[in-house]
Design a protein around this ligand. Structure first.
Ligand code: XIL
Length: 370
């Protein structure tokens, strides 16, 4: 075929907007003026290793979260030794593409090395020494990205399901006030950053009450809390639309924003309820992995409907909801392929295993444009 001089650049341009052409409008365009739409990215996506994925991230989303790159064990695996190499690339990616860049997370009971809580191996550290370590970590990390990370999940998953405080090592050694202390230092380290409390199952009334108590405690102490992160590890049958609505409205009444921080919708059977506790483990069983080849049409339709319903609720509450972030780009990337059962085939996101848009993406765009 003979290509005219002008045809080749046009062809290249079209290839680069293939994802856009398929859906007509991008997710970020559809959500413009309502809220940020974000995606959690993994190491290879931070490194822009795959051109198609890179295109989807930068065309469809206007915000990123680091799936693992900024967790304590990645940044600060040994006492006094920080490794910012990957985190720097993550933040550079956000800056380069003008994305609302999220930090996840400063204080969590998981993916934090044992040494943090020990003076010598096996021997617990004193309260004063742990406070010093926490102070050092927050100032080193938040300080380094001051002005470049727009929002920090300061404390992650501090609550039990019954709304009481989780008895993590943070709480055992520092006492209940560790949450206020962490927010206070994060605020000092970057006064402009938005600061959030992040957790799962907040749609359950007891846990919601616990989160409300945390927000009120921070507010009473005069410490900034900008948003509550509702993780959004949802299922086809949980949470109900009305629970989701009531949860968002409960936080809005406190004068804080809501971010949906880790949205995915699990379509696979669950033998452990709806919890997103990372410590859950379940042995592999064919019954728990019913769609190893492809998602049946009727389940795909349910997933699409569920995404549409949730985004309708978020859009109705756009005064309060400032961001909706998907926990992974495509079904291939999702943590739900390996948690809490290793080796399942999951379908929780808006792009399929090949990185192509699913009907749910089109339904979400449709809802957002109404
Ligand atoms: C998950 C990551 O997706 C996995 O890659 C990792 O192995 C474990 O953590 N709640 C959170 C996230 O706040 O940080 C978790 O991310 C998922 C549950």
């Amino acid at each position: 075929m003979h290509l005219q001089k002008t045809t080749l650049p046009l062809l290249l341009l079209c290839l680069s907007c293939a994802a856009w052409a398929q859906t007509g409008i991008t997710l970020r365009q559809a959500a413009q003026g309502k809220f940020h739409v974000g995606v959690a990215i993994n190491t290879s996506q931070i490194e822009a290793a795959d051109a198609k994925e890179d295109r989807i991230i930068t065309q469809q989303f206007d915000s990123i979260s680091p799936e693992n790159a900024l967790k304590w064990e990645r940044l600060h695996a040994k006492p006094g030794v920080y490794d910012f190499a990957l985190a720097d690339r993550y933040v550079d990616y956000g800056t380069k593409h003008h994305l609302y860049t999220v930090g996840h997370t400063l204080v969590w009971h998981s993916q934090v090395p044992d040494w943090v809580f020990e003076s010598t191996p096996g021997k617990p550290i004193t309260r004063a020494a742990l406070l010093e370590r926490l102070h050092d970590h927050i100032f080193a990390v938040v300080g380094r990205y001051k002005g470049r990370i727009q929002a920090w999940d300061v404390v992650n998953e501090a609550l039990n399901d019954d709304g009481s405080l989780r008895d993590s090592k943070w709480r055992q050694i520092l006492g209940d006030d560790y949450i206020v202390q962490a927010f206070r230092w994060a605020q000092e380290a970057d006064p402009q950053a938005e600061l959030g409390y992040n957790d799962y199952s907040l749609e359950n009334p007891k846990k919601l009450a616990g989160a409300i108590a945390i927000v009120k405690k921070l507010q009473t102490a005069g410490v900034k809390i900008s948003y509550v992160g509702i993780q959004g590890h949802d299922h086809l049958d949980w949470p109900s639309n009305s629970d989701e609505t009531q949860t968002i409205e409960a936080f809005a009444r406190l004068g804080v924003k809501v971010a949906i921080t880790e949205l995915d919708i699990d379509v696979l059977p669950s033998a452990w309820g709806h919890s997103a506790d990372v410590s859950l483990k379940h042995t592999a069983d064919a019954k728990l992995n019913p769609y190893p080849k492809a998602l049946p049409e009727d389940v795909s339709r349910q997933l699409t409907q569920r995404y549409a319903d949730l985004f309708r609720i978020y859009a109705e509450h756009r005064q309060s909801v400032e961001r909706v972030t998907l926990w992974g780009l495509s079904d291939r990337d999702s943590w739900l392929n390996n948690w809490p059962v290793v080796g399942r085939t999951s379908y929780p996101l808006l792009f399929d295993r090949k990185g192509d848009p699913k009907p749910a993406l089109l339904a979400v765009e449709d809802v957002l444009q109404k």
